[in-house]
Write a protein that binds this ligand. Structure first.
Ligand code: SAM
Length: 291
């Protein structure tokens, strides 16, 4: 996969050199290119912002540098062949794939669609992502409209809060996407049971995890995890996932597909105070009304 990031703070993206993403880059599985937006300015002060039309506080990022930057980066698809070679049998960045397909433009903004595991999976299947993290009050809208005519543009929010800039959201999105790429995680099974992972545990948060020693500060690992009984371990993990999800994300239980619930799930939900609705879904039992 190729990833381009256009930013006025290239140094903010340094963490993309370490850990999982850094290793994927070193192995040639990820071709990450960081660009300084100011390289596409033409005045003495390398200006990227101006006051908003219509008045109001804050500044808005000017369309001209973004337009030139995006034109240059999108046009550079054909030179993707200079990416590192894969080592250890890892899947290399496929230059032909990148040049033949259009990039997806990922625009971090608090007013975008929520970033979810589902979207991470979708983005991980793309050969090329271009990120446009903004500062100030964001980018002049015409830039998004201009490229939405030509490319798949995704305006994405990483949560219901406002950060000072889009670089931290880029780090979040790239890490979530990169760990899904084939060969990036040491154990390909690692993300199978993650919270939000599609599959048997979909719509559930992952329960607690434990490692050695079996007793730490007089706290014991749940016995069933030491039993070696796969069926019992799986049931314990599923029950714990339900307990955590009901406590922290009841909204996920409410939209849980009834077909994904087995008899034991239903019994546990009832025990936890949930009520089976006529359509088979579960809702929180209404509190008893006092006379
Ligand atoms: N005035 C904008 C609004 O209320 O939607 C906020 C602009 S914010 C100060 C500057 C930039 O930070 C945004 O354009 C975006 O790139 C990034 N940003 C801030 N919060 C974000 C979030 N929750 N998700 C994604 N990007 C965010």
């Amino acid at each position: 996969m190729r990833i381009d990031v256009i930013t006025i703070f290239p140094e903010y993206l340094e963490p993309l050199n370490v850990s999982l993403v850094g290793k994927a880059r070193a192995r040639g599985q990820l071709d990450v290119r960081i660009h300084n937006l100011r390289d596409w300015t033409h005045d003495r002060h390398n200006t990227v912002d101006d006051s908003p039309f219509g008045g109001g506080p804050g500044m808005v990022m000017k369309p001209e540098p973004w337009g030139e930057a995006l034109d240059a980066v999108t046009a550079s698809g054909a030179d993707a062949a200079d990416t590192a070679e894969a080592v250890d049998g890892a899947e290399a960045v496929d230059a032909a794939d990148v040049s033949e397909r259009r990039p997806v433009l990922v625009v971090p903004t608090p007013s975008g669609l929520p970033f979810t595991q589902e979207l991470a999976v979708e983005l991980s299947e793309q050969p090329w992502l271009i990120f446009t993290p903004a500062r100030y009050e964001g980018i002049d809208r015409r830039v998004i409209d201009e490229y939405a005519d030509r490319y798949d543009v995704r305006e994405v929010s990483i949560g219901d809060y406002v950060l000072a800039g889009g670089e931290a959201p880029v780090l979040v999105i790239v890490e979530a996407v990169a760990r899904l790429l084939p060969g990036v995680l040491g154990n390909a099974e690692s993300h199978r049971d993650d919270s939000f992972a599609p599959g048997a545990m979909a719509d559930l948060l992952e329960g607690p995890v434990y490692t050695k020693p079996p007793v730490w500060r007089e706290r014991e690992v749940p016995e069933v995890l030491l039993s070696g009984h796969h069926g019992k371990v799986a049931r314990f993990r599923r029950d714990e996932a339900f307990r955590r999800t009901t406590a922290n994300r009841p909204d996920l239980i409410e939209r849980c597909d009834p077909a994904a619930l087995d008899k034991a799930d239903r019994a546990l939900l009832a025990e936890l105070g949930w009520e089976e609705l006529p359509d088979g879904r579960f809702g929180r039992a209404a509190p008893a009304v006092e006379e």
